[in-house]
Ligand binder design. Structure first.
Ligand code: KIV
Ligand code: ZN
Length: 387
């Protein structure tokens, strides 16, 4: 297990916390199905206590997904944990993720709790969660700005109370790689029974270091990374799943572990999330940007034509780029239509749905010269086509 890096995707929870990125239950289901197809290990589907809509979305994802663990977030309160457990009831494998802040500024100004009370609440939360499932994750929120002695104390106690994954969040993206890697190493060395839990990290991108910090943690023993498609997330976002996965896969000489991700599903997942949230991917974005495998200068083009490895460290097709970019319009056929939907991560469940969707596509194509990916997402967004 030590050579496996667990990919915990939080696009549907932290990703949805991006201002303007909220998703409907149907949209969350479509993304969850694509994450499962990509072989993500854990899908954090939402925060059931946050709203009735989020509760229903987590419940629907939990009932639909069979090959990934479905996780629900809960504050360290009995009510939140009960709601998370209730939403996860139909899951093949469910995880409760409970958290409480541990930095001096959060404890004093936000929680208005003394450190001893925070420890007590964290222990209770893990015990409540363990009454519902054996798979319990605990996060000391704002760990990146917490005191090391206090972190060791609270984490030792939550492990004794039954937490099975310990997640270290750099909530405000304040850490730098060397320091964050050292933090993971110190925690693993100092805390008794640290080898009995999976160490996880959850890095925000306020300084543009989320991926670098996550990878530094992996080099120091973390075996779960929390990340999102296209790096979506609160403020400047989270670590980008595609960058984490492709770095460990491409640099097997540096990293002692790899993921089980089907990397050919990365670009479809990226497009699906961009289409649903309306957050476009910048052209020069690593792995999934339109220019990630494009060569403009004559010297580069010449080199790539002679041997692709001269300027390409990964193969575009390995991350799901397809060589042919066919223009879709009124003369396009069903096969081209179906293929483009697949590339966009949109699954067609039956011939009937395909026929109805194709008829709608033709109607639209009569009115528009070219049909773009955004048009297809809009065309397919009706519940009738997704459920
Ligand atoms: O950023 C954060 O601290 C979080 C926790 C809930 C893990 O999202
Ligand atoms: Zn977060």
């Amino acid at each position: 297990m030590d050579d496996r890096l667990i990919i915990f995707d939080t696009t549907l929870r932290d990703g949805e916390q991006s201002p303007g990125a909220s998703m409907t239950k149907e949209e969350k289901l479509r993304i969850a199905r694509q994450l499962e197809r990509m072989r993500v290990d854990v899908i954090e589907a939402g925060f059931p206590a946050a709203s009735p809509g989020d509760f229903e979305a987590v419940k629907a994802v939990a009932e639909a997904i069979k090959d990934s663990i479905v996780c629900a977030l809960a504050r360290a309160t009995e009510r939140d944990i009960q709601q998370a457990a209730e939403a996860l009831r139909g899951a093949a494998s469910g995880r409760i993720h409970t958290f409480i802040a541990t930095s001096p500024i959060h404890m004093e100004k936000k929680l208005r709790m003394a450190p001893d009370q925070v420890v007590e609440q964290a222990i209770k939360a893990v015990k409540w969660a363990r009454q519902h499932t054996d798979d319990v994750e605990f996060s000391p929120e704002d760990a990146g700005r917490s005191e090391i002695d206090f972190l060791c104390r609270i984490l030792e106690q939550v492990i004794a109370a039954g937490a099975t994954t310990i997640n270290i969040p750099d909530t405000v993206g304040y850490s730098v790689p060397q320091q964050f890697g050292a933090l993971i190493k110190t925690l693993r060395e100092r805390i008794p029974n640290s080898d009995k839990v999976v160490w996880s990290v959850h890095c925000h991108n306020d300084l543009g270091l989320a991926v670098a910090n996550s990878l530094a943690a992996v080099l120091n023993g973390a075996r779960q990374v929390e990340c999102t498609i296209n790096g979506l997330g609160e403020r400047a976002g989270n670590a980008a799943l595609e960058e984490i996965v492709m770095t460990v896969r491409t640099r097997r000489d540096v990293f002692p572990c790899d993921t089980r991700i089907d990397t050919t599903q990365i670009v479809p997942a990226s497009r699906l999330v961009a289409g649903i949230t309306g957050f476009p991917v910048q052209p020069n974005k690593a792995i999934v940007g339109a220019n990630a495998f494009a060569h403009e200068s004559g010297i580069h083009q010449d080199g790539v034509l002679k041997s692709r490895e001269t300027y390409e460290i990964m193969r575009a097709e390995d991350v799901g780029w397809t060589a042919n970019r066919m223009v879709l319009g009124k003369h396009s056929g069903r096969n081209a239509f179906r293929t483009r939907l697949k590339e966009l991560g949109i699954e067609i469940e039956s011939e009937e749905v395909l026929n109805a969707a194709f008829a709608r596509f033709k109607e639209l194509a009569d009115k528009k010269h070219e049909i773009f990916d955004e048009d297809l997402h809009a065309l397919m967004s009706d519940e009738a086509f997704t459920l």
